[in-house]
Design a protein. Sequence first.
Length: 115
Amino acid sequence: QVQLVESGGGLAQTGGSLRLSCAASESVSSFNAMGWYRQAPGKQREFVARINIIGNINYSDSVKGRFTISRDNAKNTVYLQMNSLKPEDTAVYYCNALRSPRSAWGQGTQVTVSS
């Protein structure tokens, strides 16, 4: 089972930026897709961004134009650059690795955006 370790969360002000990292124990290019999800208090986990094996990228409408997902195959790491942060971006952010039919999750990293 792949191990995923997120880092880079923390406290940011509205309009600020953070970069999350997800370090994988296996080659990130070997997965069908790698993505980021988030879960705010009292809400269900929701999709944020995904990059698939051939490099196609998808974003949720709520982060499109503000967040950028990228992949460094040499470092086995996936990133989420978050700009123009809003208080509604506050959540625990989880990294996900999909190798159908199995899916693995990291432990999550907290992002808090103050108004």
